[in-house]
Design a binder for this molecule. Sequence first.
Ligand code: ADP
Length: 604
Amino acid sequence: MEVASIAVSSPMFGTSRTKLSDCFFVPIRRRKTIIDRKFLFNSTNDFSNRSSIDLKIRAVHLDEVAADKPESLAGLVKDVNWPSPSDEIPFWKRKFHTHDANPEIPVNIEKDSDLLHVIHVTAEMAPIAKVGGLGDVVTGLARACLLRGHKVDIMLPFYECIQKDNIQELSLVSTYNSYYDGKWIQTNAYRGLVSDIPVILIEPMNQFFKGEDVYGGSYNELEAYLFFSRACLEWMQVTGTQPDVIHVHEWQTGALPLLYWDMYCYLSLQKPRIVLTIHNMEHYGECRQEQLNKCGLDGSLYATIDKAIDDRTIGHNPERLSLLKGAIVYSNSVVTVSPTYLKETLCSGWLASALLTNRDKYHGILNGIDAVMWNPASDVFLPANYHAHNTDGKEVCKQYLQRGLGLAYEGRVPLIVCISRLVAQKGLHLIKHAISHIEKHGGQMIVLGKAPDGRVQGEFEALANLHNKGSTIRILLMYSEELSHMLYAGADMVLVPSIYEPCGLAQMIGMRYGSVPIVRKTGGLADTVFDMDDQSQPEMANGFVFEGIDEGSLSQALDRAFSYYKEKPIEWAKIVQKVMQIDNSWNKTASKYIDVYNSIRVRG
Ligand code: ADP
């Protein structure tokens, strides 16, 4: 590429010449964009002092008025293939050039000098096997560590529902046998790359992991993950792979630390140390002793208070084990996903006593977001790209959604999105209340969610039937990675009204896309969103926060956000720019995990 300097045209800063060395080249197949590096990750630009800010408060039909708009907006609008609800193929199912939101990798990350080999063992990985935040976290953390020079692999089950064409260089690397329930099961291990991250996919020759979805197949899930935990160690054993760290996640891989310390380290694995990340304490992996026996351990040996017994079942018949508790006891280090959730888990819930006993190895590290997957400046799923210095593309994204879903697009109306698994934790009554409150107060709302519970799904279907006919509310009961990107981009606000939230990614992703968060003050939401009206720390203010779990508390937060949006449009535009520049990426927080890895690794 032979460009010595480029013209960066921004309606906010006019046209300036920028040296190539200051630029970050983000080539994507659809279009080529050159973005000033400082637009991408940092939070150092203070817009509040710039007198030249051209705060455009736009509304209405972008295509009709484009001729009056600055060059860049007219150009963006000209390219857009506007969708409509009557399209044969819904706009989020159109062909994209790649399944990756952004297949390009940053090149400017500083490398670490003391390098590690980490293998994640996990039930989810974004985007090929993602149900919620676990998948995002594994991919984002793995990428951040790879970019810093570490060797990272992700081991996950080869679910039947994984689309093979989303894995590059997929090849069968070994066939081996792994023990399960008195038999040795023939097992295939495949290697490949997902979004440039090395993966090892474990495929047993039995019914495990078959089905249309990651979870909920017709096999016994607990037993499938017990098999998987052992099959990963068995693969390391037969291939002589000895990473510095095996990083397990959630209850699904909770048996691995037990298997490692009580079985495999007496065989040939000695070097690895184990890190457990708890993403959500609600799921603790209830397991009967005879089920644990099936992976080759003696379940009765773990039924003690200092090992894996579920304390609540002591004296009951039968007593139960908890794979999560066992993993807390047997891992060298335990991490949960935000400092506030760490405090919450130490003082509530039945696992608190196990965590207190293991307090010296228990850490709270705030999740990050994968700044490669989630980047409005180069996201291939968006009809127009944008960044904090020029948010024209965001307006296009909003109107694209409104048109595609049949929402009104006249006037300046706040659009709120809620993208969530529809489970009790997420504040279902508050999501329902938001729908009616927003409709009544002249806003628009789009809910994108899926309920694993049929009763909840039915309730939301009834709501969808009631509200989806009008031009202000859309309740979309499905999972769509592509649509979620478009919603974060097109929204003015993102709602996360969780009853509890270990970390929460939706508020962080929303901010990266310039959508202002409205959240309940709990867990990681309390660590990342600070109220606009909190005078004690105005420099931190980046959203709207409420505390109660009652509908009135939510209504007040929505009303405050609406009046900011409607009555203070200039301030609103500044908030949008500010939240886009907050660095919540893994590039910032991965070092804390690397410190944990280094603190337990065995050298030599
Ligand atoms: P949790 O892990 O409890 O589900 P998080 O906020 O940590 O919650 O992460 C949720 C992730 O799942 C986000 O990336 C969010 O965009 C995504 N997500 C949730 N529901 C859907 C859906 N229906 N379609 C697409 N993405 C979804």
